[in-house]
Design a protein around this ligand. Structure first.
Ligand code: 5AD
Ligand code: SF4
Length: 496
């Protein structure tokens, strides 16, 4: 059976898809990148914004239409949207066979087999999450459901194939799941369930296996990764302790962790970033807004002043740190003054980059229930553009300061542009991206007796800066020293 699996959304989904792929292969199925030739179509989905869900509805519309036209197909929805909409997906899209929440992904192979055998729609949802939604709607927002989770995804992590990962030499490792913060705009706590940290020994074992298989960079994943806490035998292991534990893994060169929550941020983590050579000096720490009034309405558990103090502490304790942020514009009742406070925060924090989103009301969240989505879409669009422009100026200034430096990058592979060109059979002229040309050199023919020509590669520094430079394709997964010779807001350009 040929299976096509498409991933939407965050890194957690990228990892989940990778693990599901391993499981499907183990069950004898073949993965394909071509949806048209597949007999099984799976979508690993995201519910964080309306836009992400619409994309899935349109994919499902296409798939179900083909099935209605007579093609034998198994169609499955996995992840957050499956958990949020459940059986409604089967009703809305006649032809959907599988609906599988993020905590039940260990069952996907079995569900595909059942659906193929014609045993009707297969639905697997996380009951702890469903219970949480019910409790919050009946008892109000003060209720925190700490119910034990019945999910079986640990199975997925424990069965991963250490040889398969999203980029050469790099792997994601889940250290916790779920979220207990309940920011008023966010759907995640309802679809990913309560916060649960994995035992440190299991994480250590997984990282050792990955390092043994050639992985040199691990990125530890958690929705609020700095809340990692595992208590056993009266001892509590926090993120700083876990980092120290992983530092000892031989073969490993870089450890990253994403994403951090600014409230309750243990300063020992900053100290660990400074003291432990393998821990990358990079923090993704979304503020969401620079205005205290909006932060309160968002239910974020910190003030603007506390956030500023945290950024100052990070810069002081970890010199040279790269910091990235997230912002939501157009949150209900956001005024021009609130918005100006976010722009000010971008300038003050000197982020290396920020992800900026227009507020999208998510059914079932506190904001959707209690607040009116009253900022007009065109104002959201304008604020989105303005904030991006602020960030671009800050990024450009930061990147320009890096010109002349020599940095170590972990090479990811061909740059997206070179990748596209190489699929078409051409190559990219040195620095074609920077010069903004490059479509004229299609169809070059190479003499295979000479060494491969240099192509445009992309890599990342320890601070997560993106560097584009020319080099041989077989550097992918290796470390290279690159001298920065030019910069734009998004990219550094360098020379090996
Ligand atoms: N609307 C817009 N953006 C959102 N995010 C989370 N929920 C919403 C929403 N309802 C953004 C936050 C978060 C990122 C992953 O997505 O900025 O950090
Ligand atoms: Fe969503 Fe807030 Fe949890 Fe992040 S911390 S996943 S924004 S509820």
């Amino acid at each position: 059976m040929k299976v096509y699996l498409e991933t939407m959304g965050c890194q957690m989904n990228v990892l989940d898809s990778e693990l599901v792929r391993s499981l499907l292969r183990e069950s004898g199925m073949e993965m394909t990148d071509d949806a048209r030739s597949a007999e099984v179509l799976l979508y690993n989905t995201c519910s964080v914004r309306d836009h992400a869900e619409n994309k899935v509805h349109s994919r499902l519309g296409w798939a179900c239409q083909r099935k209605a036209g007579g093609k034998r197909l198994v169609i499955g929805v996995l992840g957050c949207m499956a958990q949020r909409l459940g059986i409604e997906l089967v009703r809305r899209h006649v032809g959907v066979d599988i609906v599988c929440g993020p905590g039940q992904l260990g069952r996907v192979a079995e569900m595909v087999l059942e659906a193929t055998a014609g045993h009707g729609p297969q639905i697997a949802l996380d009951s702890s999450t469903a219970l949480r939604v019910a409790m919050r709607s009946s008892k109000g927002d003060a209720t925190r459901n700490k119910a034990e989770s019945d999910d079986n995804v640990e199975f997925l992590d424990l069965h991963r194939d250490p040889l398969r990962h999203h980029l050469p030499g790099q792997a994601y490792v889940r250290i916790m799941r779920g979220c207990d913060k309940f920011c008023t705009y966010c759907i995640v706590p309802y679809v990913r369930g309560p916060e649960r940290s994995r035992p440190p020994e299991e994480i250590l074992e997984e990282v050792r296996r990955l390092a043994g298989a050639g992985v040199t960079q691990v990125t530890l994943l958690g929705q609020t990764v700095n809340s990692y806490r595992f208590a056993d035998d009266g001892q509590t292991v926090g993120l700083a302790d876990l980092l120290e534990l992983l530092e000892s893994v031989s073969g490993l060169k870089r450890i990253r962790f994403i994403t951090s929550y600014p409230g309750d941020f243990d300063r020992a983590i900053l100290q660990a970033m400074c003291d432990l050579p393998k821990v990358c000096k990079y923090l993704h720490i979304p503020a969401q807004s620079g205005s205290d009034r909006v932060l309160r309405a968002m239910g974020r558990r910190y003030s603007r002043g506390e956030y500023d103090d945290l950024i100052d502490a990070a810069r002081q304790t970890v010199p040279g740190i790269g910091i990235a942020g997230d912002f939501i514009v157009g949150f209900p009742s956001e005024t021009e003054e609130d918005f100006a406070a976010s722009a000010d925060l971008i300038r003050r924090s000197r982020y290396k980059n920020s992800y900026i989103f227009k507020y999208s009301s998510r059914p079932g969240t506190t904001a959707a229930k209690r607040l009116t989505d009253d900022v007009p879409n065109q104002v959201k669009r304008y604020r989105n553009r303005e904030l991006l422009a602020e960030q671009e100026a800050v990024s450009l200034a930061g990147n320009r300061e890096m010109t002349g430096q020599t940095v170590e990058v972990l090479v990811e592979g061909l740059s997206p542009r070179a990748e596209k060109q190489s699929r078409k059979g051409g190559t990219v002229k040195p620095n074609a991206v920077r010069l903004g040309r490059g479509s004229s050199e299609h169809g070059q023919v190479f003499d295979l007796t000479v060494p491969p020509p240099h192509k445009q590669l992309v890599g990342r520094t320890r601070t997560d800066h993106i560097v584009v430079f020319d080099g041989s394709e077989n550097l992918a997964g290796q470390y290279a020293n690159v001298k920065i010779i030019d910069a734009t807001a998004l990219t550094l350009f360098g020379k090996l």
